[in-house]
Design a protein around this ligand. Structure first.
Ligand SMILES: Nc1ncnc2c1ncn2[C@@H]1O[C@H](COP(=O)(O)OP(=O)(O)O)[C@@H](O)[C@H]1O
Ligand SMILES: [Mg+2]
Length: 280
């Protein structure tokens, strides 16, 4: 089954007088690998929260294919296949990955309460949980209490728990955050191996990972999309380069990956080959 097209039209979120998301119009077709990038505080997480229904928008709309879901409650969006990762650190620290995954599957199938009464009874659920965990390299850790897992494995489990809901559109907010740099690639390899039919919209600040795994990139600055295109187009976009060079936040170092930064420099040296260079 193919995912619906996720679309926003001038989506806006104001917190009082402050506009965190400012008229964002996006189209995310089925099977996208779409990265949302931008400086710290640009509104990326707020945008994901609007999409999942965790917070209500103050303007604009959100659509799945032809259905307006702008005011649809969060749990119904999950049933429509729009799923974001859980925060296991707060939800499931005392469960094992196997228990947590089995529970998430039981919830999806609407048998949560029955399931807990006969935890061992439902072999189909246990098998599906083990399959999912094995696919994400967590097979050997499935029966270890989650709080004792290495941080990278906990982040993988967050993705597994989201997948247990059988999403058609998976939303990931910095899935490799806090993972040692040499292990963060593994998380994205696992994401890259997801079915082609599944849409993945992800926030990531590591530009090497973004340019390795995204097929489309939207750049958010001060709540607004300033550029939207293929990795090549984004790497050569003068506004993007300017936005990143102008960014000075600590903790989210700006900077395009080396090869991308190189091509940006060459485009600029070539006399404004990148579109928008003189007009912005
Ligand atoms: N609940 C809230 N109330 C007020 N301001 C908020 C709230 N949530 C986020 N913001 C503000 O909105 C801006 C965007 O935040 P966020 O979406 O978390 O940015 P990003 O994920 O791109 O780093 C920030 O200035 C943040 O302080
Ligand atoms: Mg954020």
């Amino acid at each position: 089954m193919s995912a619906p097209t996720l679309r926003t039209d001038r989506l806006t979120k104001k917190f009082g007088a402050f506009t965190a998301v400012d008229g964002v119009t996006l189209t995310v077709p089925p099977g996208s690998r779409h990265a949302l990038i931008g400086p710290n505080g640009a509104g990326k997480t707020t945008l994901i929260n609007l999409l999942t229904g965790v917070i209500a928008s103050t303007g604009g709309s959100i659509h799945l294919d032809d259905d307006d879901i702008t005011r649809m409650p969060a749990d119904r969006r999950v049933h429509r296949g729009l799923v974001r990762t859980f925060q296991i650190n707060t939800l499931f620290p005392r469960l094992t990955p196997h228990e947590a995954t089995a529970l998430a599957i039981a919830e999806r199938d609407g048998v949560g309460r029955v399931f807990w009464r006969s935890f061992r009874g439902n072999t189909a659920i246990h098998d599906e949980a083990d399959d999912l965990l094995t696919r994400f390299g967590l097979g050997a850790h499935a029966r270890t209490v989650t709080s004792q897992l290495a941080y990278g494995r906990q982040r993988l489990l967050e993705i597994v728990l989201a997948l247990a809901a059988r999403p058609s559109i998976l939303l990931l907010d910095e899935p490799a955050a806090g993972i040692p740099e040499d292990e963060s690639g593994e998380v994205f390899e696992a994401i890259a191996a997801l079915p082609e039919s599944m849409t993945v919209l992800f926030i990531e600040h590591d530009m090497d990972l973004v340019f390795r795994f995204a097929r489309r990139i939207s750049v958010l600055v001060a709540g607004a999309v300033i550029a939207d295109g293929t990795p090549d187009e984004i790497a050569n976009h003068a506004d993007v380069r300017r936005a990143y060079l102008g960014s000075t936040e600590v903790g989210h170092p700006p900077g395009l990956p080396k090869e991308a930064a190189g091509s940006v420099t060459r485009a600029a040296d070539a006399g404004g080959a990148a579109t928008g260079a003189v007009h912005a």
